[in-house]
Design a protein around this ligand. Structure first.
Ligand code: ADP
Ligand code: MG
Length: 262
């Protein structure tokens, strides 16, 4: 094992990448479920107005009276929106489409970048892990995610142009670090959607490792249909198909992530 830096519990990790469709939500849900299976109390904060992390865990999020929108815009305590899931130790703070409005409504708001941080601080004692599923943009929602986190986990798709655009994310992380959150660091890179049949995928993983070194988890998440099917059944892969390759890979990744915790 690489003697990475120790990360004290509770850990707050933003799952971020400004590209859409790169596996942020899939990683948040299945890494979160795997940590929960290990007995670690885990809260998923859904910061994407699409609400895919919420629906992917079986939460009916249409017309929710209390959701992340109300937490960010109306000072609703996070505690009031958190719901249990079918997985023991796994909880979710759901989002619905109204959260899209927050991106604009937050602009003139007081302490607009720190709202999520404050909300999470009030519940942090109850959890070992808080995973924040960021939207595919670098707007105020993602800034709230980065300001609230200590660590950033970046899922990288093992495909062409994987590293393209990452510079923009890293610059934003740096901006938030300098202006709002001095402790923030990109702690973890996870290679996802790995297709073992293509030479390209292996090349991308090599390139990512060259670039990010020890931050890259040894576990690589395969591209599998089962992982893409699970959300429509409202389940993480852990319960949807417990012995599938995707489930095993996310469990391995979770063990590696937790290995660095103190
Ligand atoms: P993001 O949150 O970054 O937009 P998602 O996690 O929603 O990305 O993934 C985008 C799409 O790819 C979804 O349909 C998801 O089910 C699918 N997907 C994600 N990871 C995998 C994988 N390892 N294998 C197959 N399909 C995947
Ligand atoms: Mg998503």
């Amino acid at each position: 094992a690489t003697p990475g830096p120790a990360h004290p519990l509770p850990r707050v990790i933003a799952i971020a990448n400004q590209k859409g469709g790169v596996g942020k939500t899939t990683t948040t849900v299945n890494l979160g479920a795997s940590l929960a299976e290990m007995g670690l109390r885990t809260l998923l904060v859904d910061l994407d107005p699409q609400g895919n992390a919420s629906t992917g865990l079986g939460i009916e999020n249409r017309g929710l009276e209390h959701s992340m929108y109300h937490v960010l815009m109306h000072d609703e305590p996070l505690e009031n929106v958190i719901e249990p899931t079918d997985v023991k130790n796994l909880f979710v703070a759901p989002a619905s489409l109204d959260l899209a409005g927050a991106e604009i409504e937050l602009v003139p708001a007081f302490s607009r970048e720190q709202r999520l941080k404050r909300a999470i601080e009030a519940v942090l004692d109850d959890y070992d892990y808080v995973l924040i599923d960021c939207p595919p943009s670098l707007g105020l929602l993602t800034v709230n995610g980065l300001a609230a986190a200590r660590e950033v986990l970046v899922p990288i798709q093992c495909e062409y142009y994987a590293l393209e655009g990452l510079g923009q994310l890293l610059r934003n992380v740096d901006l938030v670090k300098r202006n709002l959150n001095p402790d923030l660091e990109v702690s973890t890179i996870l290679c996802v959607m790995y297709d073992a049949r293509t030479k390209l995928a292996a090349q991308v993983v090599d390139e990512v490792r060259e670039h990010f070194g020890d931050k890259v988890l040894r576990s690589v998440i395969p591209r599998t249909v089962r992982l893409s099917e699970a959300p429509s059944f409202g389940q993480p892969i852990n319960t949807f198909d417990s012995k599938s390759r995707g489930a095993l890979a996310y469990r391995d990744a979770a063990k590696e992530v937790h290995h660095d915790a103190t």
